[in-house]
Design a protein. Sequence first.
Length: 136
Amino acid sequence: MPGITQFEDIEAWKTARQLTNAVYAHTNHQGFNRDFGLRDQIRRASVSVMSNIAEGFESRTDVQFINFLGMARASAGEVRAQLYIALDQKYITEEQFKETFVIAQTCSRQIANFIKYLESNPRQRCISDETSEYEA
């Protein structure tokens, strides 16, 4: 992860952002926007993917980061499941389903690969008070 200095550099986060934008676009359309439960749940799940990647990156250790990535991946799976519901209820077209499903799958795969990378390349990433300069 030498080239990554902020969570915005993470490819999975960029894909999660695309997923969130697609979900919001779909849920703004007539019909979908009136199913408040599904609309809110799929939005929360897509936002959770982005947020957990960011929160994990800002955490103190790779163990914590990996846990957050696992939650992000689970949320991407939740979005995929909810896309089926949206399709079955005819809130989205088959084409919209396929396009958004592919984004969610890609994001899941990127997160899984990132987890494998972090697990196979452990690093010490704890903040130490001894090296920090701050005023109490």
